[in-house]
Design a protein around this ligand. Structure first.
Ligand SMILES: [Zn+2]
Length: 307
């Protein structure tokens, strides 16, 4: 099994804390690999560094098994209700695999957040089962939207109303700024490259590093800008297709993130029959993996950000 810590860097000069999670979903190792690259280059180049970077593995047990989760989706345990339930459970032994992961991550967060930081920023790195999953998810706060737009990827609004127990909610509830960042398809090497680029650009954005101190820094901006070239800047989620394993949902093959769909279009099948798009918009996160709680989302492009 992987160590919880992928790395830490800095911590000697006043500045922000950037806390990055990779592999909250065990079938999404790209964030872990991207973080490893960042730490290797920081060690090799030893730039002037303000504040501290902490990179940790999310679901260590599921990463070892290369599966999304073992007992429960770790990215659905971050509401205060769930956290309090797990923190106060009478028997820690009786906790399931992801509940144990959550407790371990929370203790790392508690330890690392201490210190005289000018800001506390969290990044949660993910990938999607369909191609083209390049976007940021933020809660409706201007500062979080700024962090999202800094990564060039489309910023998704209102996903959190659907996903009210993800790391985004934890960030809000606990006074962190932050963003969840999806860099592409699970096993695409490009996803790892984009995660690395996103962490570098975020280090610059929050003020940990200066671009002149890193070799060929512009490449990271260019990689992200290139990936975003044909995508909308801002989208608003207008529909979430919730599923359970009993639904036996299967998505029609061939959809990628941001594919335009029309109301009434056949998107999938379940045990009751055909599943059609209830609205016109763009498809997000069509499900092409066995585990998941949503079959797909539909989003509308926005002229300007909601916040
Ligand atoms: Zn994920």
């Amino acid at each position: 099994m992987r160590e919880r810590y992928i790395g830490t860097y800095g911590g000697y000069q006043t500045g922000p804390l950037l806390f990055v999670l990779g592999g909250i979903h065990g079938n999404e190792p790209a964030g872990v690999f991207g973080l490893e690259k960042v730490f290797q280059k920081l060690e090799a180049q030893a730039p002037h560094f303000r504040g501290k970077l902490v990179g940790i593995c999310g679901n260590c047990r599921a990463l070892a098994k290369k599966q999304r989760f073992i007992d429960r989706d770790l990215n659905r345990l971050w509401s205060e209700r769930e956290i309090q339930r797990i923190l106060h459970s009478s028997s820690k032994e009786a906790l399931n695999s992801e509940e144990k992961e959550l407790l371990e991550i929370l203790s790392v967060i508690e330890k690392e957040k201490e210190g005289d930081f000018t800001a506390r920023v969290m990044m949660d790195l993910h990938t999607t089962s369909a191609p083209g999953g390049f976007f940021s998810i933020v809660t409706p706060k201007p500062r979080n939207r700024e962090l999202g737009t800094a990564l060039y990827a489309p910023v998704i609004f209102n996903l959190n109303n659907s996903l009210d127990s993800t790391t985004n909610i934890f960030m809000d509830n606990h006074g962190w700024q932050g963003v969840a960042f999806e860099s592409g398809q699970h096993d695409d090497i490009e996803s790892m490259v984009l995660h690395e680029a996103a962490v570098w650009v975020m280090l610059e954005k929050v003020g940990c590093i200066h671009r002149d101190d890193i070799d060929n820094f512009q490449q990271y901006h260019d990689l992200l800008a290139e990936a975003a070239k044909y995508l909308p800047r801002f989208v608003n989620v207008v529909y979430r297709h919730e599923i359970t394993p009993e639904d036996q949902f299967s998505m029609v093959p061939g959809y990628v993130n941001f594919t335009p769909v029309k109301a009434g279009e056949l998107l999938g099948r379940d045990r009751k029959g055909m599943v059609k798009a209830p609205k016109t918009g763009r498809i997000l996160m069509p499900l092409y993996q066995p585990q998941g709680e949503e079959g797909f989302f539909i989003a509308e492009e926005l002229e300007k950000p909601l916040i």
